[in-house]
Ligand binder design. Structure first.
Ligand SMILES: Nc1ncnc2c1ncn2[C@@H]1O[C@H](COP(=O)(O)OP(=O)(O)OP(=O)(O)O)[C@@H](O)[C@H]1O
Length: 255
């Protein structure tokens, strides 16, 4: 299997602060790749470059063999890059089903509100979207919450709804920004199991940011460690765990 994502010498600065410093690495099709590193290391900035929220000042990003310079997040979604955010990007006053349908809004012929409020012009499309939403809701064990308003759900379940919203469009590459942030150990284990199952069942390549090194070591096939926008390690979890530079930069520090 080849690479789905390649970054070559990618740099990004904010008013002199180098968020990413000549960063290069590759993600293979079908793997779970974890990005770890201290606060401010550049992890979120990197996801933002990959899905077009930020534009790198130099370097190349190749997705599925195609180089892109400046890509609009909507185009990235169309090409097959799905994304969740550190702070849920959910519609708090809408139901789980409506939020999951929102994940398809960028992919349809009818507009988002028409899909949500069921007065779409394109009935066939609406039915197919609803069927996809139902499948993903069932897959992620959210059936009991389908019609529940998102803001009333526990945080751990909301994070799973956010995952469903990103997954419903069947992305080739799924970017997860701290999908387990704020969870207790049991919730983290459960989310970790769900991500592994998504990866196994759909073959979705996953790039995720996670601070809990124990969770990362159990879940990821590939770990990239960042510090001050630079890559300090890149390899299999067991190799990265024993790398002296990683221990100094990250694992040895209390986070
Ligand atoms: N929009 C922005 N404007 C200015 N500076 C920014 C912006 N986004 C990120 N930065 C800076 O870029 C650097 C990298 O930040 P980034 O959020 O990517 O790190 P991170 O590894 O995701 O951190 P965290 O673990 O805290 O989320 C930091 O110094 C941050 O202050």
């Amino acid at each position: 299997m080849g690479e789905i994502l390649e970054l070559h010498d990618v740099s990004l600065s904010f008013k002199g602060v180098k968020a990413l410093n000549a960063l290069s690495f590759k993600v293979r099709k079908g793997e779970i790749c974890a990005l770890i590193g201290p606060n401010g290391a550049g992890k979120s900035s990197l996801l933002n470059v990959i899905n077009g929220v930020y534009r790198a000042q130099s370097g190349d990003v190749l997705f599925d063999g195609t180089r892109f310079e400046s890509i609009h997040p909507r185009k990235a979604a169309h090409l097959g890059i799905g994304r969740t955010f550190q702070h849920n990007a959910l519609f708090r006053r809408l139901s789980v089903q409506e939020n999951v349908l929102a994940g398809l809004a960028r992919h349809g012929r009818t507009v988002f509100l028409e899909n949500i409020f069921r007065f779409g012009r394109d009935t066939e499309e609406r039915h197919s979207f609803e069927a996809r939403a139902r499948r993903i809701i069932a897959f992620l064990g959210l059936e009991a919450h389908r019609d529940t308003i998102v803001s009333t759900l526990p945080y751990g379940i909301q994070k799973r709804v956010d995952l469903a919203r990103a997954l419903v469009a069947d992305p080739k590459l799924l970017l997860l920004d701290e999908p387990m942030a704020g969870m207790n150990q049991e919730e983290k284990q459960e989310m970790s199991r769900v991500i592994a199952e998504v990866n196994r069942t759909f073959g979705t390549t996953v790039v995720l940011i996670e601070h809990d090194v124990g969770i990362v070591m159990g879940l990821a096939h590939h770990v990239v460690v960042l510090d001050y926008g630079r890559k300090v390690a890149d390899g299999a979890p067991e190799d990265v765990r024993n790398d002296p530079e990683v221990i100094a930069a990250y694992l040895g520090t209390v986070h």
